[in-house]
Design a binder for this molecule. Structure first.
Ligand code: DC
Length: 252
């Protein structure tokens, strides 16, 4: 029997990771975070200091990638790399290296191997167009770069406050304001918003303009602008589409 696949593609910070995880949990399906594979490859190449011009070495690294997913953790070369691969520098390197056809070809089967009963939710850029062209349901999740940057900047602010950032607290006190958590979060968010938006636009451009497997909705994908919906609403809408799709395949 062919494994049912739901593909969820979209640009950076579109919320597809969260939505894909929730859909997989709701249906008890496996989850493929294909971006983590490209990030792990980039991280391995960066730490081995492989030049981005050495196509043969970059390809060999992709073929030999020692990668293991343990729940939500990503292990690379026997070390927990979950946090390391999430940096923007690694994301940008992954975006650059993923434009190399030999690297994509070497990582293709590794992604397809995730398809197993009872089903798979595949999150990425080319899940519906290249990796799983026969996916039963294809979703393309997106919204404007500004909204995505706002979300990402909010996450950065939370991380910095959790890590005990004090600079912004000092700036607030200097302005005669009390350093409340909300004030701190808002100050940091406003500071990083511009840079985050520039990075997002750069990565969008790189992912969309590459010659091989560019980021774009599959011709049969359903496009959802998730700025207009809460995560709960988006998850509910995709589950509804899935059950309708299943019913129509079973009837035909
Ligand atoms: O989804 P992400 O930000 O973790 O992905 C990092 C980069 O990896 C992304 O900018 C482009 C590349 N990528 C890709 O080319 N194809 C995929 N299916 C997933 C990610």
């Amino acid at each position: 029997m062919i494994t049912p696949v739901i593909s969820i593609d979209g640009p950076v910070a579109s919320g597809k990771g969260t939505i894909a995880r929730r859909i997989a949990e709701a249906l008890n399906f496996g989850l493929l975070d294909s971006g983590a594979i490209y990030r792990a490859h980039a991280q391995a190449c960066l730490s081995r200091k492989i030049s981005f011009n050495e196509i043969n070495l970059l390809e060999a690294e992709a073929k030999a990638l020692s990668l293991k997913f343990v729940g939500e953790a990503v292990w690379l070369d026997g070390v927990d790399a979950t946090v390391a691969i999430r940096s923007e520098a690694v994301g940008m390197a992954a975006s650059t290296l993923s434009a190399i056809p030999q690297v994509r070809a070497a990582l293709l089967q590794r992604q397809r191997d995730f398809a197993a009963a009872p089903g798979l939710v595949a999150d990425g850029r080319d899940m519906g167009t290249v990796v799983f062209p026969d996916a039963l349901l294809k979703i393309y999740l997106t919204t404007t770069a500004e909204v995505r940057a706002g979300r990402r900047a909010g996450q950065v602010a939370k991380l910095r406050v959790a890590a005990g950032e004090t600079m912004s607290a000092k700036q607030l006190i200097d302005k005669g304001k009390s350093p409340t958590i909300t004030g701190l979060l808002e100050t940091i968010r406003a500071q990083v918003q511009h840079d985050v938006e520039v990075q997002i636009r750069r990565r969008d451009w790189q992912d969309k303009s590459r010659k091989i497997a560019p980021l774009k909705p599959a011709i049969d994908a359903i496009v959802i602008d998730n700025a207009a919906h809460s995560p709960d609403e988006t998850v509910a809408a995709i589950l509804k589409l899935w059950h309708l799709r299943l019913a129509s395949t079973q009837a035909s």
